[in-house]
Design a protein around this ligand. Structure first.
Ligand code: PSV
Ligand code: MN
Ligand code: MN
Length: 426
């Protein structure tokens, strides 16, 4: 299924009147407060978030999986799904592939398909947390940290293979997330595991083309419940520094212990020029991968406030690679991703409203009340009309979810692909 610009325009007609009055009110208010509304709208319109190939199906939990009809069962169909999200929002112009789930059989055809939907290939993801059928080595006791030299070399080689595939697709980065760790005290020698991981990452880094970046993800626990070798941002940062200039830390919102100050982690990494990638999701307890902004929207805003500050003030930090990293158990995955995109752009727009000059002044004067007010004023602004203005400007849907439902996208996908199809992935 393809959603053309004309269909979107048609659907927007019934919403335009409401939008016009909402936008006029907000734009007037913001302009009076000194904001440059058209500049903010342009920034929102330009913001692109990669969609991971594994978020397009119903993920389920370890207790069960309730399938969702019309799931994509090939890489082509996954690109079509991301294409639908991009047509509706103009904010999802990239896709992030996971190997071996998404090995392209015909590279030229895949590239053509992606281009036809206006999509580029964002970071490639390797998988050394599962044993594939016919695998010559097992990752049961680790991959890049493995005590067994054959298993470690096998995992390094897999990452090099992912780079080769990514190169053909014109991707230019590799994300490494490792499940490596220990479930029981005594199982691993921490220092040996860390030094093996460092050695492996250096070998992978050396196998990257000159213009590629390496993103090193961290996570405190799960699937190993006693220790994870790359457990926190400090470990990732240390390993990135050991690898070299083009290695960075990747922050995944769900990969922190409860109440971690993620905005401070973001600020520290950007200050050092080492925040390379960012995975959006939300969580109440751990790596829940819930819809972005569904649990802690104020925390998301505070994080975006640091991201915006860093983008504007830290030329030493590259522009981060944005991706949604989510899992869907009961919702339509595409609707959930639309909700996530909306939440990301809302937090971004609110952060763009922060009067940085006034905030600096308040901080300088130790005016704590004023500083808090500045942040909360931005956070409490209903910025949705700004998002709609950006979408109208780019030819996207004013209300993506209602357009998705009006066009009966899911019903169409079910009739095209069937009810009992399962997407490959997590
Ligand atoms: C596992 O925690 C995980 O969710 C990581 O966040 C990765 O980015 C993702 O899987 C894909 O490997
Ligand atoms: Mn992640
Ligand atoms: Mn995760």
């Amino acid at each position: 299924m393809i959603i053309g610009k004309d269909i979107i325009e048609q659907n927007n007609k019934s919403e335009v009147e409401n939008f016009n009055s909402d936008f006029a009110y907000l734009s007037d208010k913001l302009t009076k407060s000194g904001a440059n509304v058209s500049e903010i709208v342009n920034k929102i319109a330009d913001f692109q978030v990669a969609i991971p190939s594994w978020a397009l199906g119903a993920g389920g939990t370890r207790f069960g999986r309730f399938s969702y009809g019309g799931e994509p069962s090939s890489l082509e169909q996954k690109l079509e799904d991301v294409g639908l999200l991009h047509a509706l929002t103009h904010s999802a112009g990239a896709v992030s592939l996971h190997i071996p789930w998404d090995i392209p059989t015909d590279v030229a055809a895949i590239k053509e398909k992606a281009a036809s939907h206006g999509l580029i290939f964002d970071a490639m993801n390797s998988n050394t947390f599962q044993d594939q059928p016919n695998a010559k080595q097992s990752y049961k006791f680790g991959s890049l940290n493995a005590a067994n030299e054959e298993a470690r070399a096998y995992a390094v080689e897999h990452n090099k293979e992912v780079i080769r595939i990514g190169k053909e697709l014109d991707s230019n980065s590799l994300t490494v997330w490792l499940a490596d760790g220990a479930s029981f005290p005594g199982q691993l020698n921490f220092q040996t595991a860390l030094s093996k991981t460092e050695q492996s990452l250096k070998e992978i880094y050396a196998g990257m083309p000159e213009d590629w970046k390496l993103f090193i993800e961290y996570k405190p626990y799960e699937p190993n419940f006693y220790s994870t070798t790359i457990q926190d941002w400090g470990t990732s940062f240390m390993l990135a520094n050991a690898c070299g200039e083009r290695a960075y830390t990747l922050v995944d919102l769900g990969h922190h212990l409860p109440n971690s100050n993620i905005e401070q982690i973001v600020a520290t990494l950007m200050y050092k020029g080492k925040l390379g990638g960012f995975h959006f999701n939300d969580s109440k307890y751990g790596d829940d991968d819930l819809t972005v902004g569904s649990i802690k929207p104020y925390a998301l805003f505070l994080i975006f406030n640091e991201l915006v500050y860093g983008i504007e003030n830290n030329p030493q930090n590259p522009y981060p690679a944005w991706m949604i990293d989510a899992s869907h158990n009961i919702k339509d995955p595409l609707e959930d991703l639309l909700q996530s995109l909306e939440a990301i752009l809302i937090a971004y727009a609110q952060a763009l409203l922060v009067d940085q000059k006034a905030l600096k002044e308040a901080q300088q004067n130790n005016d704590v009340v004023k500083a808090q007010d500045i942040l909360q004023n931005a956070y409490r602004t209903d910025v949705r009309a700004l998002l709609r203005a950006a979408r109208l400007q780019t030819g996207a849907a004013l209300d993506p979810i209602s357009t998705y439902r009006n066009l009966k996208v899911r019903e169409n996908l079910i009739s095209e692909r069937g009810l009992n199809v399962k997407a490959t992935g997590l």
